[in-house]
Design a protein around this ligand. Sequence first.
Ligand SMILES: Nc1ncnc2c1ncn2[C@@H]1O[C@H](COP(=O)(O)OP(=O)(O)OP(=O)(O)O)[C@@H](O)[C@H]1O
Ligand SMILES: [Mg+2]
Length: 254
Amino acid sequence: MRRIAFINEKGGSCKTTLAVNVSAWLAGHGQRCLLVDMDPQGQAGKALGLYVRELHPTIADLLLQPRIPLPEVIRPTHIAGLDVLPANKTLADFPMQAAALPRREHLLAERLAAVTGYDFILFDSPPSMGLVNTNIMLAAEEIVVPVNLTFLALDGCAEIVESVDWVRQEYSHHRLQIVLVVPTLYRPTRLADEILHKLRTHFPGRVSKAVIGFNVKLDEAQSHGQSIFEYASWSRGAHMLEMLSREILQLRRD
Ligand SMILES: Nc1ncnc2c1ncn2[C@@H]1O[C@H](COP(=O)(O)OP(=O)(O)OP(=O)(O)O)[C@@H](O)[C@H]1O
Ligand SMILES: [Mg+2]
């Protein structure tokens, strides 16, 4: 079972968009997927048409109440082969509520240890570093970093590399790796091309071939609670997300 987290502490770098649509594509290609929403904004569930506001139990309950059975928290989506562990704003209290627990960084990994029957577990992350992201890194093995091609993006990348190195060392989680850096919201400007070039220099062989350009259909699809492959399968957005999903499916671990 592959465990892939989409992480970037910078907000609006397309983590949710990629996590949701890559999950949908994989599910459509025979891969059973569990999408774990670890963001109190609950947008992974929302983007798949779930009404998460009043939902109970959610991932926050699973993390804090070990007796809750997993099947009560996992929800099917309208896409065959794609289930979600949904979040809502109750997850915002998790760091405070877990602060005194001795194994607080390992809660997610321990709860997911009982998960079977999936080919992929994919994690959507919040735009911040802290206990939630440490839990995600300890539950995942592969990290995909979506990078919005703006001037400050490289700065954010350096922070993520540091965090990943820290988790690898501190917790001896040596299988954790940044496997792919995905340029997002690309527009053909000189600055964007320069940043893309720098990314390829910093992460040789790890920048995705798929460069995700700006495409409003990706945004629209979410507002309809659909994947891009349902909402506008002919669009450039669908084509780009399909390329990326194929790359992720074909990634080989060393
Ligand atoms: N390629 C794209 N073209 C146009 N709009 C996009 C594209 N990708 C994502 N968006 C839109 O940009 C916004 C931010 O994307 P998204 O929510 O995926 O980022 P995020 O990294 O998950 O944000 P946050 O850090 O707040 O969780 C959303 O409204 C999304 O629909
Ligand atoms: Mg998000």
